[in-house]
Design a protein around this ligand. Structure first.
Ligand SMILES: *[C@@H]1O[C@H](CO)[C@@H](O)[C@H](O)[C@H]1NC(C)=O
Length: 323
């Protein structure tokens, strides 16, 4: 048992080393003289999925940035930077925490660092305010307004972002980004243009969206709304009357409430399950009454430029190409 434990730890450590090297972080690792105790405390915290600060990945944060790994990201202004944004992203089954560290900015002079629970792009929000558990104003946490009260902000889904404005050169701050397991993911933005996913809403009165921000072919492979399984002989209402259904939405923004319906899937659904959607954003949204356990499984892959061209030619009225 002990032997197994040790070799498991060694494997983990090897994996972490490899990852660090892949991230170009090898020099940092080489400079470290890690003692056995430190190693063990590291592995204990690794089991809790928390990397101690001294082993965290570090890099500067840019004024416009995208971060998909855990680590410490330090912004230092070389000149006034009045409109900056960093987008954070994790796996569908994770949420993100952002901690403010070593903040040296001029709050009174109009500087700010604001964490947003979700993404904002071109004025649109994900998750849409309809589908997010918190009211919009509670989704913004500003460092200057909250002072020392909120040093750590946790997102409700696998995406979050930070807006910041810095007037004075030399002002600086560090964000520590960590990922945490989310046992009941609801709203998700897919990290990649292909993959598969099963969305489950376990008897909750809420709506969940899975957003793929690429034109894709989507294949809905499995689809079960609780009432269908429970009452197979009852006459089936249409989707509009049904409190539980799945929507396929498309459009060019990220706010799911502004997307257009491509099709609704409910118990009377008999249509095709393969669809090619030439939109910038394709969304599977499940509306759930809370009476049933609802689930939908699907897979998706990126459309190539030839497929996109074909869709464009065949569907003159396709709303995703009417720009
Ligand atoms: C879920 O969405 C439906 C239709 O879009 C809406 O009528 C309903 O109020 C929403 N439910 C919740 C809990 O937001």
């Amino acid at each position: 048992m002990r032997v197994m434990e040790r070799s498991f730890r060694e494997q983990l450590f090897f994996l972490v080393l490899c990852l660090s090297v892949l991230k170009g972080d090898s020099r940092y690792i080489e400079n470290n003289e890690i003692s056995k105790d430190e190693l063990y405390s590291f592995f204990n915290s690794e089991l809790k999925r928390e990397i101690p600060e001294e082993l965290m990945y570090r890099r500067p944060l840019r004024c416009l940035d995208m971060v998909a790994v855990e680590g410490q990201f330090t912004f230092t202004a070389e000149h006034p930077q009045l409109s900056c944004a960093a987008f954070f992203m994790a796996e569908p089954t994770e949420v993100i925490s952002v901690d403010f560290d070593n903040v040296d900015i001029d709050c009174r002079g109009g500087d700010f660092i604001t964490v947003f629970d979700g993404w904002v792009m071109k004025g649109e929000k994900f998750p849409s305010s309809q589908d997010h558990p918190l009211p919009v104003y509670e989704r913004y946490v500003d460092y200057c307004d909250s002072g020392s009260l909120r040093r750590s902000v946790r997102s409700s889904q696998n995406v979050a972002m930070v807006f910041f404005r810095i007037h004075n050169s030399g002002s600086t701050f560090t964000l520590t980004v960590r990922k945490h397991i989310n046992p009941f993911p609801c709203n998700v933005i897919s990290q990649s243009p292909e993959g598969s996913y099963t969305m489950v809403i376990p008897q909750q009165h809420r709506n969940c969206s899975f957003s793929i921000i690429y034109p894709v072919e989507i294949d809905i492979s499995e689809f079960s709304l609780g009432h269908y399984n429970n009452f197979p002989k009852r006459s089936m209402p249409g989707c509009a009357e049904s409190g539980d259904f799945v929507q396929l939405l498309g459009g060019n923004g990220i706010d799911t409430s502004k997307l257009l319906p491509i099709t609704d899937l409910c118990i009377s659904f008999t249509g095709p399950t393969h669809m090619k959607i030439g939109c910038d954003n394709t969304v599977v949204r499940m509306v759930s009454s809370g009476k049933f356990v609802n689930r939908v499984s699907f897979s998706y892959r990126l459309l190539d430029s030839q497929e996109l061209q074909t869709i464009k030619l065949n569907n003159v009225e396709d709303f995703c190409f009417n720009n």
